[in-house]
Ligand binder design. Structure first.
Ligand code: UGA
Length: 464
């Protein structure tokens, strides 16, 4: 199939590369000349596992990059819209980029194409795209608008795309359904997985991949409702963690107890400093705005967002509890990205907390395996420096703060940390360590939803 993907952000670039991997001829279009030049030069602008492999494999062959939407869409059977839908002033999604794409596409229609919403958009967006196409001169029988929401997570995006839990196609005609089914056939008939060079499998992915066909409206709602539900799980467990702290219970045990009920499930029940990223905060707010517009006040979503905000403030309080006064304290901060496995710092709770700590007068030495460059752009250099390793960050610091769940942080050498920190104080916003182990190593350890570990703060208390 000839496919155009509009937008070369996380979703667009991953979708374009994976569609090329499935054997389609893909052109990825962006109006950002610089970004396209980088991609044409064979560089990969984002940190995402397997993305570089796919681009090296298909660059210049199954996938090409262009700044001209009209040229690349002229022969396309499907055009995937994966442009940004940032949060507007009222919390609703700003759909102006989607509208410009539709305006431009109207003049590119040549034969029949299906226009596929890949970006997360409010219900009824497909109707608007259709209207915009019409008033800009596209004949009614020359296109269809479909919704094909993406459920990939940053950090594991390529494998999430190629090994999905499900594929949802929201279509209002059999003609559009047939094109989308054909695009995903290598995944639904399993032929992709027979290939000797397939990208390594994602553990627990269903086979065959279920394809769920719905109306376009339902598919748009599926995407918002999925993200809202996942965010609700996180806020729910954060609220439970807060009760655990109040009564001295252990949230890990509570999670094990409730998560083993299949109806609840263990995943997305990790408490911490709240969710961040380019999706949950924006989508929750947009979904709440959509509900309001439809005449329904979805107050549950407002509460999910409130708990999430509060979680950061509670963490700041925890740091104060561990350190008493903050002015002039030297803090090692591990983690800047909104979660492990990515260099993305958009709506990162780690960045928000660092801003709060700087405001309190702390001096920060930060380390992140992938997100330091981006963080430097937004945090600057006043009272914050960046280290080359977690140990360099921790050296002579008054306390160590863990703000992102990078797997390598959980493997840090605790004995070494204990000797290089000025005081053996660790405040863990991601529950990366076992409190008993931290106690054995002589740390004062504060985490989320678990009893604090308080040991005398004398240096080398348990060192042999
Ligand atoms: C999320 C969804 O998980 C994807 O299914 C969806 O496709 C994507 O949004 C999107 O709409 O594009 P993503 O934002 O990449 O994916 O990251 P998640 O893994 O969902 O994590 C989001 C935030 O929740 C992170 O800050 C993470 O640290 C936090 N989180 C996650 C928790 O605090 N606890 C958990 O148990 C899980």
């Amino acid at each position: 199939m000839q496919i155009t993907v509009v937008g070369s952000g996380y979703v667009g670039l991953v979708a374009a590369s994976c569609l090329a991997e499935l054997g389609h001829q893909v052109v990825c279009v962006d109006n950002d000349d610089r970004k396209i030049a980088v991609l044409q030069a064979g560089q990969v602008p984002i940190h995402e596992e397997y993305l570089a492999d796919l681009l090296a494999r298909h660059g210049g062959k199954n996938i090409r990059f262009s700044t001209s939407l009209t040229d690349s869409a002229r022969n396309a059977q499907a055009v995937f819209i994966a442009v940004g839908t940032p949060q507007g002033d009222e919390g609703d999604a700003d759909l102006s980029y989607v509208e410009s794409v539709a305006q431009e596409l109207a003049s590119a229609v040549n034969g029949f194409m299906v226009i596929v919403e890949k970006s997360t958009v409010p219900v009824f967006t497909h109707d608007w795209i259709r209207k915009i196409m019409h008033i800009n001169g596209a004949p009614a029988d020359s296109f269809e608008v479909a919704s094909n929401p993406e459920f990939l997570r940053e950090g594991t995006a390529v494998r999430d795309f190629l090994y999905p839990d499900r594929i949802v196609i929201g279509v209002d005609s059999e003609r559009a359904a047939a094109i989308l089914r054909e695009i995903y056939r290598p995944l639904t008939d399993g032929s992709y997985y027979e290939r000797p060079d397939h990208i390594p499998e994602r553990l627990g992915a269903p086979r065959p991949v279920p394809l769920i066909q719905t109306s376009a409206k339902s598919a748009e709602l599926i995407k918002h409702a999925s993200n809202a539900f996942l965010a609700m799980k996180i806020s729910f467990i954060n609220a439970v963690a807060n009760i655990c702290e109040a009564v001295g219970a252990d949230v890990r045990q509570v999670c094990e107890g409730i998560g083993s009920d299949e109806r609840i499930g263990r995943r997305f029940l990790n408490p911490g400093i709240g969710y961040g990223g380019s999706c949950f905060p924006k989508d929750l707010s947009a979904f709440s705005a959509v509900a309001h517009e439809c005449g329904y006040e979805f107050r549950l979503l407002d509460e999910v967002m409130r708990i999430n905000e509060e979680q950061r403030v509670r963490f700041l309080r925890k740091v104060k509890k561990a350190l008493w006064t903050l002015r002039g304290k030297k803090l090692a901060v591990l983690g800047l990205a909104f979660k492990g496995g990515t260099d993305d710092i958009r709506e990162s709770p780690a960045i928000a907390l660092i801003r709060m700590l700087l405001k309190e007068g702390c001096e920060i030495r930060a380390y992140d395996p992938a997100a330091m460059e981006r963080a430097r752009e937004v945090l600057g250099a006043e009272r914050i420096t960046y280290a080359d390793s977690p140990y360099e960050a921790a050296n002579k610091a008054d306390a160590l703060l863990l703000l992102t769940d990078w797997p390598e942080f959980a493997k840090l050498d605790l004995r070494r940390l204990r000797t290089i920190l000025a005081y053996p104080i660790v405040v863990d916003g991601r529950n990366l360590f076992d409190p008993a182990t931290m106690a054995e190593h002589g740390f004062q350890y504060y985490s989320v939803g678990r009893p604090d570990v308080q040991v005398p703060a004398r240096k080398a208390a348990v060192d042999p």
